[in-house]
Ligand binder design. Structure first.
Ligand code: SAH
Ligand code: SF4
Length: 370
């Protein structure tokens, strides 16, 4: 009996694919054709890749498979954002959120099932850590949401006809933010490989400015990442302006305190006009005083940056509250007065539990509960 193919082809980067194709005795350019079929035309059968040599298609079918993720459920918020629930092969589930904003269509994707870092204000952190996502599971959220979006618009995905599929998959996702479930840098290798394919011009062809990676400050992984050539927009979750408060909210701060996080942020190699985004979740009575704002301004002084203030998204499972609007605006004004660009991030998708820190894959549990 023939053995089952074991390689999930979307776990491989362009270099891996090139090596594979060469090992199988074919020319390197076949790898580029293969990538075009996978990511541009979004074909899910090797036999449809008609410009690849037939022998290569047959060998690929024996050694590899093409994975996909189809949303099990899509919920639409009053504000137009959509939450996709994807069930994974092992029965776990993850969520992604699509946010339309003017000409931009941003998809917020997950990198882990749960999160090992256990921040107190985050429901993903509260659910604990289940496992890392594979590279293909990270990428397939983008392809799957695009497909869900196309079919929701009443257009059918024509898998047989590549060009029709490209047509059906509009409007295109323009920006990716790695801010869904999990800490991207705690799943370093798979995240980096996925970003490479997001960039690659025959892959998803997104420029670095359109890919935002948010980290809670895993300094050793940040160190590793700045020594690579990978381009993306850095977002760093500070969430407090002193170590005691930050360690209380984010246990990772005990291993990598603010000083270390900010020191590495000072070393990011930013291009002209690029700035680091500092995220700061505002929590009533915990980190939202004028003194906190002044401390924050002092901490980030001299770093080319902008601050995104995120008023806490509340949940009955959390012991914290969102500050009053008055306190939020006061906090923002202190930063603006110090000439720090600072926006209050609009919460999107709150009515469908799709806002920051609210993703837990709960659809799955609700659907499967007796
Ligand atoms: N693990 C990464 C990325 C995922 S969390 C990180 O922590 O940066 C994405 C953002 O959501 C982070 O800035 C985090 O601080 C914020 N967040 C988590 N829980 C939240 C909540 N309940 N309300 C508002 N923002 C929250
Ligand atoms: Fe993990 Fe980020 Fe949530 Fe913290 S805020 S628990 S790092 S997902």
């Amino acid at each position: 009996m023939p053995s089952k193919p074991t390689v999930d082809i979307k776990d491989l980067t362009q270099n891996d694919l090139e090596r594979l194709v060469l090992t199988l005795g074919h020319q390197g350019y076949s790898a580029r054709q293969l990538i075009t079929w996978l990511y541009r035309r979004r074909i899910i059968n090797f036999h449809e890749m008609t410009d690849l040599p037939k022998t290569l298609r047959e060998t690929l079918r024996r050694v590899a498979f093409i994975s996909t993720l189809t949303p099990n459920r899509i919920e639409t918020s009053e504000d137009g954002s959509k939450k996709f629930l994807f069930s994974l092969m092992d029965g776990n589930s993850v969520e992604s959120v699509l946010v339309p904003d003017g000409s931009r269509l941003t998809l917020c994707i997950s990198t882990q099932v749960g999160c090992p870092l256990g921040c107190r204000f985050c429901l993903t952190g509260r659910m604990g850590f289940v496992r890392n996502l594979t590279t293909s599971e990270i990428l397939n959220q983008i392809l799957g949401a695009q497909r869900g979006e196309a079919t929701q618009l009443g257009k059918t995905a024509q898998w047989e006809e590549a060009t029709q599929w490209e047509e059906a998959s509009k409007p295109k996702i323009t920006n990716i933010v790695l801010m869904g479930m999990g800490e991207p840098l705690a799943n370093y290798d798979n995240t980096v490989k996925a970003i490479e394919m997001m960039h690659y011009d025959l892959g998803l062809a997104l420029s670095g400015r359109r890919i935002t990676l948010s980290t809670s400050g895993l300094v050793p992984a940040m160190e590793r990442l700045i020594s690579t050539k990978l381009r993306f927009q850095w977002a760093v979750s500070l969430n407090a302006a002193d170590d005691d408060t930050r360690s209380f909210l984010m246990p990772i701060n005990k291993s990598h305190p603010l000083k270390e996080v900010l020191e590495i942020c000072r070393r990011f190699r930013l291009r002209p006009r690029e700035r680091t985004i500092f995220e700061y979740v505002l929590i009533d009575g915990i980190n939202d005083s004028p003194r906190d704002a002044l401390r924050l301004a002092h901490l980030i002084k001299g770093i080319p940056c902008k601050v995104n203030l995120i008023p806490l998204n509340e949940s009955p499972e959390l012991e914290f509250q969102r500050p009053s609007d008055e306190k939020i605006y006061e906090f923002q004004k202190i930063l603006l007065d110090k000439y720090i660009t600072c926006i209050i991030r609009k919460s999107r998708g709150g009515d469908i539990s799709a806002a920051c820190g609210q993703l837990t894959g709960t659809f799955h549990r609700v659907m499967n509960s007796p």
